[in-house]
Design a binder for this molecule. Sequence first.
Ligand code: HEC
Ligand code: HEC
Ligand code: HEC
Ligand code: HEC
Ligand code: HEC
Ligand code: HEC
Ligand code: HEC
Ligand code: HEC
Ligand code: HEC
Ligand code: HEC
Length: 324
Amino acid sequence: MRASYKRLFLFASVLSLLVFSPLSGAEGEAAEMPADTVTDDYSLQGANTCLGCHADQVTAAIFSTKHAQRADDRTPFGDGNTQCEACHGPGGEHIKRLKRGMAAKDRPSMPYWGSASTASTAEHNQQCMTCHQQQVGLHWAGSVHDVEDTNCADCHKLHATHQAVLRPETQAAVCYTCHLEQKANAQKPYAHPIRLGRMACTDCHNPHGSAAEFALVKNTLNDTCYGCHQEKRGPLLWEHAPVAEDCSNCHEPHGTIHAGMLKRTAPLLCQSCHSQAGHPSIPYTASGLAGNPNPSQYLLGGSCMNCHSQVHGSNHPSGANLMR
Ligand code: HEC
Ligand code: HEC
Ligand code: HEC
Ligand code: HEC
Ligand code: HEC
Ligand code: HEC
Ligand code: HEC
Ligand code: HEC
Ligand code: HEC
Ligand code: HEC
């Protein structure tokens, strides 16, 4: 950003454009800028140059966002900053009069977020990082989204009056454009209340990356859950080993078809780790050997939990078998 360089841009002139001019499309070629409006490839009149052709509602909505706070020197529209070009890069050839015979669609692209921009994702993101390194944080570099070439603008719509991704009620829809499995799970009957807008993906994940696996907001998976389900943390006299180890041994936090958001129902859930020996839960065949005289108590209702109700651990002095 060239701090020495004062803009002629006046906020009032933008407002008048919005209020008084018919809303033209991006094609508004009428206000063709002469070549001498460019210095060091940046436009001389900042946003005024751009708005000469881009006074449409979508583009102009940026003036109702935090980025257009002119009193804040840190914003693109703050004193001495390059306004639209702080994000889109220098206007250069894009803002010049078209050469004879060129069609509007042949207009050279803006360097960043233009239809024909050739910059890489990392170069695009760097435009934002010049101002946002600190907020995005140290974990972005090397995070899955960084490595998978996710663009800041895949999640952040800078020209929107309200950014959907920043609001719990609308955030998930942004994530679902890429995360179809989580979208499907969230619609299942047993799920965290994301569908209702009462929870967001960011209650558990940091989309800019984190020190934890799966970009979770806390150091471990269990710590993430304890954030809201404190009572499961203990300390407990009798721990159930897989609970203290990892809640996702039994739960799928994005939603399932089984009550309690379980990955599968008991007894199968329990028997994925515990042998049936000594605890037969299947009715043995007529020719069967040691059958369970009353298998239904293992299969109906709470199944194993009919007796082992304290599946998350017990504080009862004689709760070693998680029955009280
Ligand atoms: C002389 C008119 C004119 C000026 C001045 C102008 N643009 Fe454009 N701009 C256009 C046209 C026409 C298109 C559509 C080109 C196309 O469809 O390929 C366009 C496209 C764009 C796009 C890509 C939009 C898309 O749909 O892909 C961006 C971003 C953009 N302009 C930003 C700017 C910025 C920022 C400025 C000011 C520095 C600016 N423009 C100045 C005429 C102009
Ligand atoms: C804070 C960064 C930022 C600033 C400032 C900014 N833009 Fe954009 N612009 C973007 C990004 C990112 C996109 C890609 C799509 C999106 O996020 O909505 C974009 C998209 C566009 C488009 C494509 C289509 C559309 O209308 O959504 C045009 C045209 C455009 N910008 C023009 C401008 C003009 C003119 C200005 C100044 C008045 C401006 N931009 C200021 C980041 C910015
Ligand atoms: C010239 C510096 C600058 C550039 C370039 C810039 N921003 Fe910002 N951005 C700011 C400032 C300053 C704020 C306001 C911070 C505040 O109010 O605390 C802001 C706010 C935001 C916010 C929060 C908005 C809200 O409504 O709470 C997001 C998200 C954001 N920027 C993303 C981006 C992205 C993505 C880009 C690149 C397309 C970008 N910014 C480019 C300076 C910049
Ligand atoms: C996968 C989606 C996603 C991507 C990619 C992404 N962000 Fe964000 N960003 C978010 C979400 C969601 C929030 C809100 C976080 C919250 O509420 O805890 C956010 C918040 C922000 C904020 C506001 C932080 C604050 O404290 O107010 C800024 C600034 C920001 N992002 C910049 C960026 C920049 C720059 C990039 C590109 C390097 C980027 N983001 C990439 C999803 C994303
Ligand atoms: C209640 C906490 C929680 C919420 C809310 C949540 N997640 Fe997750 N997410 C997790 C945990 C824990 C994992 C670790 C692996 C697992 O158990 O699936 C994970 C893993 C993931 C993964 C990686 C999956 C893989 O197998 O690599 C993606 C992608 C993901 N979540 C996306 C989302 C999206 C998108 C949302 C919002 C719609 C969301 N998550 C909401 C807790 C949550
Ligand atoms: C433009 C596509 C895109 C969008 C939008 C997007 N993601 Fe992702 N995300 C990916 C890709 C690609 C991966 C890696 C493959 C996978 O795990 O599905 C990923 C991985 C993840 C992971 C696993 C991280 C890890 O370290 O294993 C989480 C968690 C995640 N995304 C959360 C989110 C959240 C929350 C949002 C919305 C705020 C979001 N994503 C939006 C593309 C996207
Ligand atoms: C931001 C708070 C929050 C976090 C973090 C959180 N949960 Fe939840 N959890 C909730 C809320 C809210 C409910 C729904 C309670 C209700 O509907 O009455 C819930 C419900 C549940 C349920 C019961 C579902 C049912 O159908 O009865 C399970 C199981 C669960 N969470 C597991 C987890 C796991 C595992 C994690 C960590 C990966 C986790 N939660 C992280 C808030 C949270
Ligand atoms: C060994 C399997 C298993 C593990 C591991 C496990 N749970 Fe559960 N969880 C269950 C079962 C089974 C139910 C259903 C209980 C019922 O139906 O009575 C349940 C129910 C829940 C519920 C809803 C009812 C209640 O008790 O509040 C929450 C919340 C919950 N678990 C959170 C967690 C958290 C947090 C962790 C990790 C600390 C965790 N669970 C680890 C098996 C497990
Ligand atoms: C991911 C594997 C796993 C799952 C699933 C699992 N358990 Fe366990 N369970 C263990 C381990 C490991 C121990 C500790 C065994 C030991 O210390 O010898 C244990 C111990 C127990 C104990 C005895 C307490 C003790 O320390 O000996 C009971 C009772 C029990 N589990 C019941 C259940 C029930 C009921 C379910 C289904 C809701 C279940 N378990 C699901 C791994 C699992
Ligand atoms: C009718 C009540 C009842 C039901 C239902 C039940 N158990 Fe048990 N379980 C017990 C009793 C009583 C003990 C203690 C046995 C002992 O100390 O010899 C026990 C002990 C255990 C132990 C501790 C290790 C051992 O063998 O001593 C495990 C593990 C266990 N049960 C798992 C399960 C699983 C998995 C299910 C579901 C398939 C289940 N139980 C269903 C009553 C029940």
